[in-house]
Ligand binder design. Structure first.
Ligand SMILES: NC(=O)c1ccc[n+]([C@@H]2O[C@H](COP(=O)([O-])OP(=O)(O)OC[C@H]3O[C@@H](n4cnc5c(N)ncnc54)[C@H](OP(=O)(O)O)[C@@H]3O)[C@@H](O)[C@H]2O)c1
Length: 339
């Protein structure tokens, strides 16, 4: 059984509420989070069921479908084959044939480097489409929730590297086309549908999606080395935790922007090491490099941990820590219970 060693505290400077030791939460936190997770999984009163339409069949779209269905809500997922967000007006016709209370817009151009090289297409999908979808939902009186990203922030405070979480009222300053187009999409959506909600999250992963952990897992399983950046700190968020939270609390998601990401913060290198430990692979296979070494087209923030001041105000729970999300992922991935 894999055992996780003491995390590298130098990477952990999040100060996220309830997660002061971000990589290894204390026992009280774990108890609270276990309780919160159990609450996430409890079925709700069928009388509260709403009809949901999820746009996008990616990691989050599929996880939301499962979580909403588990809560006995009728839910349908719209794939790219049915609605290409480069032509979002088609959604009006789709909605005409549906009885829907709530739309979740999870589809987006999420490949950060692809966006850098395909800026116009990224704008169509990440900026223009959310505005059009919001107009259509507003005209039909349908609730709308949309998703955005920690990459709307730069990780820089003046000239200094950021060391504290970004809250909802911090000024965004994206570094990449992806971050900029997502930020502009937030504004378009909220202009068109002022009652809509935008949920900013970070580093989404699941056991079956295209994501960082599944990519390094494939390498580790093959006994190959992975080169991973030391100098980007974020909070990888298990979509199971995010979708479970949303399915349970969707009626209470505030209008405007809310940050909802895993607790704590970690560098991708340390996160890869933790994944390898949990999966029983040698951490010597993980080689730390810098962002410059990697030389990707799009610049990523060096620090983009999200904190929320809105959740505690509404007495809503935070998500479990990134490490709890990773343990869940590793348990599912390897079929082994983690110590
Ligand atoms: N992934 C992350 O790490 C992350 C972090 C922070 C925030 N977010 C945000 O969270 C949301 C969900 O992300 P995710 O991880 O579920 O993304 P994902 O797994 O990459 O899924 C994105 C979905 O969007 C679809 N899509 C892309 N272009 C489209 C188009 N032109 N028309 C219709 N559908 C299109 C994709 O379809 P195909 O499969 O056919 O390409 C895919 O099903 C997004 O808004 C994203 O910006 C993600």
């Amino acid at each position: 059984m894999a055992k996780l060693s003491k995390p590298d505290d130098s990477q952990d400077n999040t100060g996220s509420p309830g997660n002061s030791d971000a990589a290894r939460p204390n026992e009280a936190d774990v108890d609270l989070r276990k309780q919160a997770e159990m609450n996430l999984l409890q079925p709700i009163n069928a009388a509260r069921s709403k009809r949901h339409l999820v746009i996008g069949a990616g990691q989050l779209g599929r996880a939301l479908e499962r979580a909403l269905a588990d809560m006995r809500n009728p839910v349908r997922v719209i794939t790219r084959a049915e609605l290409d967000l480069r032509k979002p007006e088609r959604f009006r016709k789709i909605l005409d044939g549906e009885e829907v209370d709530r739309v979740w817009l999870t589809a987006a151009a999420t490949a950060v480097d692809w966006c850098e090289d395909n800026a116009r297409e990224a704008e169509l999908v990440n900026t223009d489409a959310p505005g059009v979808i919001a107009e259509i939902c507003r005209d039909r009186g349908v609730a709308l929730a949309h998703f955005s990203t920690d990459y709307v922030f730069s990780g820089i405070d003046g000239k200094e590297p950021r060391k504290n979480p970004y809250f909802e009222d911090d000024e965004p300053d994206p570094l990449s086309v992806y971050g900029r187009t997502k930020l502009e999409g937030e504004a378009r959506l909220l202009d068109a549908h002022p009652d809509a909600s935008v949920i900013r999250t970070s580093g989404l992963f699941s056991t079956d999606g295209k994501n960082f952990f599944n990519a390094v897992y494939a390498k580790g399983k093959a006994g190959e080395t992975v080169r991973v950046v030391n100098d980007q700190v974020t909070a990888p968020t298990n979509v199971f935790h995010l979708a479970g939270w949303l399915a349970r609390h969707y009626e209470q998601i505030p209008r405007d922007i809310t940050h909802l990401a895993a607790g704590g913060g970690v560098s991708w290198r340390r996160a890869a090491e933790a994944a390898f430990e949990l999966c029983g692979f040698s951490t010597a296979l993980v080689i730390g490099i810098t962002s410059e070494d990697l030389g990707r087209p799009a610049t990523r923030p060096r620090y983009s941990v999200l904190g929320s001041r809105i959740l505690p105000k509404l007495a809503l729970p935070h998500l479990p820590s990134w490490l709890e999300g990773l343990v869940l992922w590793a348990t599912e991935k390897t079929g082994r219970t983690q110590a």
